[in-house]
Design a protein around this ligand. Structure first.
Ligand code: ZN
Length: 139
């Protein structure tokens, strides 16, 4: 097996439940105890009401494609074989946006608003990355 040579997340205790959830094929996000909005990444204070009280909640993985960019340069050596590659911005149905990658071939007609579903990519024995694929059942 080829060693994974792309950047890996530095998992601090505040983010640990999120990363553990990905290992379990689940998405867990901190949820504000005051206003019930989810946060990503996990932060001490809620960006909506500034409460520092929260609890972890499992959220659905459905998402919508918001935007994408095509990288024509490898900023890390591990991406050199992938150039050009796309980075997508998705909005989880739970209400937060994040950057990721689309798994599989890029559909020619893929556009903003496309429905996506999660793909849990075990890149190392310890780290699973949250990626997405087109949700053919819910276009
Ligand atoms: Zn809040």
């Amino acid at each position: 097996m080829t060693p994974y040579n792309k950047p890996l997340p530095q998992i601090d205790p505040r983010q640990a439940r999120f990363w553990q959830g990905l290992r379990e094929r689940q998405i867990w996000l901190p949820t504000c105890a005051n206003c019930a909005k989810v946060r990503f990444p996990a932060t001490r204070f809620c960006g909506h009401c500034w409460s520092d009280e929260s609890h972890w909640q499992r959220v659905p993985g459905g998402a919508t494609l918001q935007a994408y960019a095509t990288f024509h340069k490898a900023y890390w050596a591990g991406f050199a074989a992938d150039v050009p590659y796309r980075v997508i911005q998705v909005r989880l149905d739970a209400g937060v946006s994040l950057f990721s990658n689309l798994v599989g071939p890029w559909p020619p007609a893929l556009a903003q608003g496309a429905r996506l579903k999660p793909f849990f990519d075990d890149v190392t024995p310890e780290v699973t990355l949250l990626k997405f694929c087109v949700d053919e059942a819910n276009p």
